[in-house]
Design a protein around this ligand. Structure first.
Ligand code: CAO
Length: 591
């Protein structure tokens, strides 16, 4: 066992980058290359992977910290077996020091933003006299002055700068179009690797003459991107800039200064390819969909504008949020607000008036967690988009409870706990099989329903950090014991913040059980784009008339909320009736 410190590696010249997410907690067992935290600079967000395997014994960074290369991240207790090469490499470094070396060792394998061979942080640009618009071949290196087209202008081929990896990365967005005038530092394209997304800033001001790559291409350092026409004066200045080792990528705020946002981002949507929808389409999977897909510049702009990106619909590739989407969102919000004398919120809804609570007594403002804010955005979106109806029922689980209690000892022997939730999962899986609309989703254009050939069910988990919805896969194919184990495992992972995005994706339907907490009933909000959610409240013993006398029976309150665009009352009635029958006679779970 040895304690070693992991520090921030070379992050591509970024002076300091903000920690926007911690991916590990003290006590976590981690592997080499597992993400430790996410850093976001002006130009890129990047996951910093661990260079060691072992146990996290101390965290030396937190969300909101500004970190530069060499800053300590965590202390890892490595085992000889687990740490392997890394332990050897870092053996001289204990938790008290050695951060300088560690930074070298800790260099991430993933892409880094904006750092080029000359360390000047600018993409390489070369002069060229070629005018072959269709060519995607690299332009030949030209001597200084060769690229001059006339007295005032020159053509320059801009290349992919050093992106911190020799591997190819995806070019996911062309941020400008032919004919655009770009300022030095304007984003030309967005690149994305497994671990980071980054914008490539223009090394010069000029006019975009032609593209030499296509959106979706795999690119590497040195690949030609586009040809710029620059003025000779500008070109001379920037050519100097691009070879000056001390120069750094220009902060976005500088590059955009003097330009209104509408001009600053002539992204794909500006080509007229897509129209920004009024509101973000519900994302796939509850808390999993919480991950907003947007580049650093858009995130920065959103922060400046105070916009929750969870509410903005992305029209870029893979629903990436473009600056234009953000602008449309803000414009819509402003036009709603200025429309009537009474202040109105989104969709014309009267806004809640602001109140100065401190006028009535002492107050404290506590920042909400990211998870809380994303959950709020998801709930709000679903509430506004989905016409909700909730159907209530009660299942007589007297026999189920007796059976469950009989199995308590066996459950303990197996090292698990059999709560009502596995039975609910099983019963829902059968009801979903027989009522497939409940696990369908509405196509974005509303023209079709997407039926899923799998039965993955989300389970709401109440955690100290907020609400999480891990998804239990192929519930229909699992035994009650397997489900019991998975419920425990997923709930524990959620509470320990060990769920991965993939654990929270792919759900067809959700169960929200408040049975362990209490309450007679509640109407849950559909976890869009799912169309149904089952709310389960606390079971209680009640007198039930059997035709001759009142009998004490254990009744479980159920509340099925559904999207009335997809499901009708009749469908919901049938679903609930079947569920009640299944839970009332668990032998039916075998049928
Ligand atoms: N009625 C009465 N008792 C119930 C019950 C019910 N409907 N459901 C569970 N219980 C009891 C169980 O019997 C068990 O006690 P015993 O061990 O004595 O039998 C105990 O509660 C188990 O509770 P649990 O929370 O450990 O496990 P669970 O499987 O019932 O629930 C989970 C797991 C993850 C669903 C739950 O812990 C949880 O987080 N629920 C909250 C979900 C939520 O927040 N929903 C709201 C979403 S919208 O804001």
């Amino acid at each position: 066992m040895a304690k070693q410190q992991i520090t921030v590696p070379d992050i591509g010249g970024a002076e300091g980058a903000e920690v926007i997410e911690m991916l590990v907690a003290v006590g976590d067992e981690i592997e080499v290359d597992q993400g430790l935290l996410v850093l976001e600079s002006d130009k890129a967000s990047m996951e910093i992977p661990s260079t060691l395997a072992g146990k996290v014994v101390e965290l030396l960074a937190a969300v909101g910290d500004e970190l530069a290369e060499g800053a300590p991240i965590a202390v890892i207790e490595t085992t000889a077996d687990a740490s392997g090469e890394q332990a050897e490499a870092g053996s001289a470094q204990d938790s008290a020091g050695g951060s300088g070396e560690q930074a070298e060792e800790g260099k991430p394998s993933q892409a880094k933003p904006g750092k080029e061979a000359g360390d000047d942080g600018e993409p390489q640009a070369r002069k060229s006299g070629r005018a072959d618009a269709a060519s995607a071949e690299p332009e030949p290196e030209a001597d200084s002055g060769d690229g001059k087209q006339d007295d005032d202008t020159a053509e320059l081929t801009v290349e992919i700068p050093d992106i911190g990896t020799e591997d190819a990365v995806d070019l996911i967005e062309l941020s400008v179009k032919v004919g655009d005038q770009v300022a030095e530092g304007d984003s030309l394209v967005v690149l994305e690797s497994d671990k980071a997304s980054m914008e490539v800033p223009s090394p010069h001001a000029g006019e975009v003459l032609r593209w030499l790559v296509k959106e979706g291409a795999s690119v590497r350092r040195g690949d030609p991107l586009l040809v710029l026409r620059t003025s000779t004066a500008t070109s001379a200045t920037t050519a100097k800039t691009s070879t000056a080792p001390e120069s750094k990528p220009k902060p976005e705020s500088e590059s955009e200064s003097g330009r209104p946002p509408a001009e600053a981002e002539p992204a794909a949507a500006a080509n007229g390819e897509r129209a920004a929808p009024a509101e973000r389409e519900p994302a796939a999977d509850g808390a999993g969909d919480a991950l907003v897909y947007a580049g650093p510049a858009v995130r920065k702009m959103a922060r400046e504008l105070g916009v929750d990106l969870g509410l903005v619909a992305g029209t870029g590739p893979r629903e990436r949020i473009l600056k234009e989407d953000l602008q449309s969102f803000v414009q819509r919000a402003l036009s709603h607000r200025s429309g009537t004398p009474a202040a109105v919120g989104g969709s014309g809804i009267p806004a809640v008036p602001e109140v100065d609570f401190s006028a009535f007594g002492p107050v404290e403002s506590v920042a909400r967690s990211k998870l809380d804010k994303l959950t709020a955005a998801n709930m709000h979106r679903s509430w506004l988009n989905v016409p909700h109806v909730t159907q209530f029922d009660e299942a007589d689980i007297t026999e189920l409870e007796a059976f469950r209690k009989d199995l308590k000892a066996e459950a303990e022997q197996r090292g698990t706990r059999l709560t009502p939730v596995p039975f609910l999962l099983k019963a829902c899986a059968i009801a979903l099989r027989d009522n497939p609309k409940f696990s369908a989703s509405l196509a974005p254009d509303g023209e079709s329903l997407i039926y899923k050939q799998y039965t993955h069910i989300g389970m709401a988990v109440d955690t100290a950090a907020g609400l999480m919805v891990p998804v239990i896969r192929d519930v229909d194919q699992k035994t009650l014991w397997q489900l019991a184990e998975e419920v425990l495992e997923m709930a524990a992972k959620a509470r320990d913040r060990k769920l991965r995005p993939a654990d929270m994706q792919g759900g067809c339907f959700t169960i929200s059980s408040l049975g362990n907490i209490g309450g007679n009933g509640f109407s849950p909000i559909v976890n869009t784009p799912e169309v149904g959610i089952l709310g389960v409240s606390r079971a209680s013993v009640k007198p039930v008339w059997d035709g001759q006398a009142f009998q004490p029976r254990t009744l479980l309150p159920l509340a099925l909320s559904y999207d009335h665009r997809v499901i009708n009352g009749g469908d919901a009635g049938r679903f609930c009736t079947q569920l009640v029958a299944l839970l009332g006679d668990i032998r039916r779970l075998l049928l």
